[in-house]
Design a protein around this ligand. Structure first.
Ligand code: HPA
Length: 273
């Protein structure tokens, strides 16, 4: 197990000095959703390249910026760009947005991502509130990250996503008249998209959407006692369901098409928290 406080000592020192406020909430923007950062008033932006230990983003559309933003009277920390396991980083790097949020004293984190739709009732462009995760593919790496927990310890079971936080998201969607699907996010390590056979299995086993992020962030946040909620944007129907060859370009194009809907939901969530 990695000593994260030691590993990120320098990074923490810089952030504690540079942060203009204690955020009320932090927001991790998924693939194609980075533009949302421009819809808030930015008080200060820090490039992740200036933070020791923060790995460079290698994926188009993931900017590698931390924005300290204002929305009304809310202080919002926005991570424009996330770190993925499939980029070759380890989980102790992938959870940095969660680590930083916690270091700045914030207990609420809202995670967003792009995902492939497995549930046949979904369509490309839908928003899905995550009601549970399947992270079985990443359990070994999670052990490396959070350590081996004692079976009798209260740290052996994490209750996430946070029910009251998910209810806020449901209310936000209702207030804005937005249709919000709900379902299980099935983690796939990547780096490739799934095969049609893998998607068929995922559907049979109860997955509603597939993606390559978020689970470890949610687990780590829960371990730190934080409240989490997560929303997927269904950017494409998954392999074998979609007739198209899935590509990062399709993912970002769909995200771009529904950014007004996404913005309306997230702003309402910020009003309600
Ligand atoms: N599979 C995995 N990750 C994804 C997908 C997908 O179909 N779409 C967006 N992210």
């Amino acid at each position: 197990m990695v000593d994260l406080d030691f590993k990120y000592k320098e990074l923490s020192k810089i952030l504690e000095k540079e942060a203009p406020f204690k955020p009320d909430i932090s927001l991790v923007l998924g693939s194609g959703l980075g533009d949302f950062a421009d819809r808030l008033d930015k008080l200060k932006t820090i490039s992740t390249t200036s933070l020791p230990g923060y790995p460079p983003s290698t994926i188009p559309g993931h900017e590698g910026k931390l924005h300290f933003c204002k929305y009304g009277n809310k202080n919002v920390l926005v991570f424009q760009g996330r770190i993925h396991f499939y980029e070759g980083y380890n989980l102790s790097q992938c959870i940095l947005p969660v680590f930083i949020t916690n270091k700045l004293g914030t207990k609420k984190i809202f995670l967003t991502n792009a995902a492939g739709g497995v549930n046949l009732d979904f369509s490309s462009g839908d928003l899905m509130l995550i009601t549970s995760f399947n992270g079985i593919n990443i359990k070994k790496e999670l052990t490396d990250l959070i350590g081996i927990t004692n079976i009798n310890s209260k740290l052996n079971y994490f209750d996430f996503p946070t029910k009251s936080f998910n209810d806020i998201i449901r209310t936000a969607a209702k207030n804005k008249n937005l249709s919000l699907k709900e379902g299980v996010y099935w983690y796939n390590k990547g780096p490739t998209y799934e095969t049609p056979a893998e998607i068929k299995m995922t559907g049979l086993l109860g997955g509603d959407a597939v993606g390559m992020s978020t689970v470890h962030e949610a687990v780590f946040a829960a371990q730190l006692g934080m409240e989490t909620a997560s929303v997927s944007l269904i950017t494409n129907m998954a392999a074998g369901i979609s007739k198209n060859k899935i590509s990062h370009k399709e993912v970002t194009e769909t995200a771009n098409m529904v950014k007004v809907k996404f913005e309306s939901l997230v702003k309402e969530i910020l009003e309600l928290i």
